[in-house]
Design a protein around this ligand. Structure first.
Ligand code: HAM
Length: 456
């Protein structure tokens, strides 16, 4: 029968790669928690209208890249192309803003969907980790979010990222700038691409980001936002740049940065990193302030700011740079049972070790020692615990150190404790001594070397 391929622009996450995604999300979530962020998970599909209104009718994302479908109840739904609109929808629907504790700070991760032409670093289903800070209108809110993004990239192992910032200003200034762009583009419009014709009407800022060569040339001579920014906008940009420098972080003010979503106003930013292979995966993340998004989708007059990283891009770069080598599936040991008569005792030992947090596998059928040792080594196991007829008769286990190629015999009733001590388990599951091992827990429970808890 013909095989069925994964849909174009998607990819399966298998084994160590899937572990790497979990690892990256763990690091991102942990750093976000240092900044007071808590998780918020929204559905991967929403009413199509949310994105049309939120992300913007004029964006490529909404016009060309959305996965839209009608459900059985005849509702027009869309797979989310990004996370911000959903978080804002949730904040409004759940009245999360009705608190004195603003800004609200949330992080999220998961798959996003854009019908784009697949290429290096660009997929139709990709994953983001993002944060939104909603309800704060000070420049410290901007600074905090940008710092969080950079701190996270550093925690993941990135050095020397390029950070670009710009301001899209707000309100009247933006309207004046848009009018200036329209005046500039008007005589050229008949020669411009069909998309730009639409952008001209809906959001001329997007014309600056057109990828059609002749339109790109026109964009070069277009009026610059820098000529329209207010003194306050410039002051904010300088404040952010200087403050980041104070923390040892270089940024570049790039007045041509516009970003691909319509909801931005005020400070926007983007991160890039070119690995030593010089492969350009595109921006690894970006974000900015949005002052009208909350009210535009039916909420109160609150501003927000956030960013998202593209996990595929982070993964490829970190992988290339060897920063994910330590993230791999690894067993602590393998139990090798020889003959059916050893199987039961071996399985009991396997279960006992696993309940103590040891990563262990075992063979359920007989194979040659050579092939079993090979499996154990392939899985990174340091020890093989061998149980054959002799061991069962004498109630002991042969413990083989696979690297040193030495072995010792340990009685059944001591083997779990022996292995925990040998493997050097410490309080990986930091606990208070409420476990069922017989180790010395010390006054605060921190001396226990086992990883089990009674309540697990
Ligand atoms: P964005 O720039 O559209 O922003 O996406 C953020 C990141 O997602 C990009 O920098 C890139 O790394 C990754 N990304 C985007 N599209 C793809 C794709 N097709 N394949 C692989 N990776 C991709 C947003 O989505 C905003 N919601 C960010 C934000 C949050 N702004 C404020 N709050």
């Amino acid at each position: 029968m013909a095989t069925i391929n994964s849909p174009k622009g998607t990819h399966d996450l298998i084994g160590d790669e899937a572990l790497a995604y979990n690892y990256m999300i763990d690091i991102c979530s942990e750093v976000a928690s240092y900044y007071g962020y808590t998780p918020l998970a929204t559905p991967i599909f929403e009413a199509n209208e949310l994105f049309a209104r939120g992300v913007g009718d004029a964006t490529d994302i909404v016009r060309k890249e959305m996965y839209i479908f009608e459900d059985k109840g005849k509702r027009i739904m869309a797979l989310r192309p990004e996370g911000t609109a959903g978080v804002v929808r949730s904040v409004i629907a759940n009245k999360l803003y009705a608190t004195n504790d603003l800004p609200l700070r949330y992080f999220y991760s998961g798959p996003m969907f854009r019908y784009e032409r697949p290429q290096l670093g660009r997929y139709r289903q990709f994953h983001q980790f993002g944060v939104e800070s909603i309800g704060g209108a000070t420049i410290y809110d901007d600074l905090e979010v940008i710092l969080l993004a950079i701190h996270t990239l550093q925690a993941l192992g990135f050095e020397n990222i390029t950070t670009k910032i710009n301001s899209l200003s707000s309100g009247e200034t933006r309207e004046t700038y848009k009018a200036a762009l329209k005046a500039y583009y008007k005589p050229h419009l008949p020669q411009m691409c069909a998309d730009c014709q639409v952008r001209y009407e809906q959001n001329p800022l997007r014309m600056l980001d057109c990828k059609v060569e002749s339109d790109m040339i026109l964009a070069k001579s277009a009026p610059k936002i820098s000529d329209f920014l207010t003194a306050k906008d410039e002051e904010d940009l300088t404040f952010v740049k200087e403050a980041l420098l104070g923390f040892g972080i270089e940024t570049e003010i790039d007045y041509s940065l516009v970003r691909g979503l319509d909801y931005y106003s005020g400070i926007i930013f983007e991160f890039a990193y070119i690995p030593s292979s010089k492969k350009d995966y595109g921006a690894i993340g970006g974000g900015g302030r949005y002052d009208k998004l909350v009210s535009m989708i039916g909420g109160p007059d609150l501003e927000g700011i956030g960013f998202a990283f593209g996990l595929e891009r982070l993964y490829h770069i970190l992988k290339e740079e060897g920063k994910l080598d330590h993230v791999k599936a690894q067993d602590d040991l393998m139990i090798i049972s020889v003959g059916e008569e050893a199987r039961n005792d071996a399985f009991a030992l396997l279960t006992s070790l696993r309940t103590h947090g040891v990563r262990a596998i075992m063979n359920f059928t007989d194979k040659s020692f050579k092939s079993l040792f090979k499996i154990a080594e392939g899985r990174g196991a340091k020890y093989a615990l061998i149980l054959g007829a002799d061991e069962v008769a004498n109630e002991n286990v042969t413990v083989r150190d696979l690297a040193a190629q030495t072995q010792v015999s340990i009685p059944y009733n001591e083997i779990t404790k022996y292995m925990l001590d040998t493997l050097g388990f410490n309080h990986a599951h930091h606990h208070d001594g409420d476990c069922d091992c017989d180790h010395d827990h010390g006054a605060d429970g921190h001396e226990c070397k086992c990883r089990s808890r009674k309540d697990k």
